[in-house]
Design a protein around this ligand. Sequence first.
Ligand SMILES: NC(=O)C1=CN([C@@H]2O[C@H](COP(=O)(O)OP(=O)(O)OC[C@H]3O[C@@H](n4cnc5c(N)ncnc54)[C@H](O)[C@@H]3O)[C@@H](O)[C@H]2O)C=CC1
Ligand SMILES: O=C(CO)COP(=O)(O)O
Length: 326
Amino acid sequence: MSHFAIIGGGAWGTALGCLYARAGHAPRILARDAGTVAAINESRRNPRYLPDTMLPAGLTATSDPAKALAGARTVLFVVPAQSLRTVAAELAPHIAGDGLAILCSKGIECETGRFATDVLAEVLPGRPRAVLSGPSFAADVARGLPTAVTIAAETEESADAAARLLSTDTFRGYATADMRGVEAGGALKNVLALAAGAVAGRGLGASAQAAIVTRGFVELRRLGAALGGRPDTLMGLSGLGDLVLTCSSAQSRNFAYGMALGRGDDRAGLKLAEGVFTAEIAARLAQEHGIDAPIIATVAAILAGQLDIDAAIEALLARPLKRETV
Ligand SMILES: NC(=O)C1=CN([C@@H]2O[C@H](COP(=O)(O)OP(=O)(O)OC[C@H]3O[C@@H](n4cnc5c(N)ncnc54)[C@H](O)[C@@H]3O)[C@@H](O)[C@H]2O)C=CC1
Ligand SMILES: O=C(CO)COP(=O)(O)O
């Protein structure tokens, strides 16, 4: 068993910590918040981010990067995508030259339009990289419920090895060498979950919900492929799978954020919704690649305050009729 360092003591980092503690990997969480570190070590709880889970004994936390990363051959990055560059750059001196950097966050860097694995390549040159993405709510994984995800790495052989390393009795990793497809699926589904949540929050009905998810999936596949993902990857767990999960449950923070948008509720204080940060850059990338992505563009315009929900729905319905292309 190898020692895993988990960068980020939020819901997902803690859930992965539970998973790998039960599998015997002695995971150590690096969390910036001293209260979270103390609660994990002393009370076996993470009250702020994963309040309902009793954490297994093998999971420890620290706010000291050197301690978290000492002897770690496997480093899971689980901070919000917009913080990844800063966090990984700060930790670079502590990460072994051959340490495997595994991206577990879902997003695209707003400022640069760079995918998160490219950010890791820039700030951690030479380290092997992998991506873990797919339908997996932190609360489910923390409870040990059955979960399947996609594990991507640079070659098929390294993806197979990473999938073996990251799979457990309850957590099944399917391997692929298509890192771009896997991270595109994970990032773009968040934007579409906002749209699905907004439709639900506005009370537009189950038929509209199905329409937005289906046409949203067309956009995810088109844009994901234009950005370099393989079409079949986007049909898999990290595309369709995660879209289905997050567009159908208020357990998804992106869906919940969309519901608040649709209802016109105050959104201050809501939990992290990565789609809010990804929407504008996704819309811009679609435009740059000549991809028709009206739902993604609409979400970006609503978030930017350029369009209200009712005008957005009217505009989507008023688009010229066309043949169905999928
Ligand atoms: N929660 C879930 O079910 C899943 C989340 N993810 C992804 O994992 C990533 C993290 O999500 P969660 O852990 O759920 O979020 P969270 O909001 O529960 O926790 C975020 C963690 O990152 C830390 N953090 C934030 N900004 C930071 C910074 N600048 N420097 C250092 N640490 C910082 C926070 O202190 C917190 O510990 C996101 O990209 C999300 O899309 C992926 C799969 C499942
Ligand atoms: O990515 C997730 C599950 O696969 C979590 O979704 P939310 O970030 O919308 O909660």
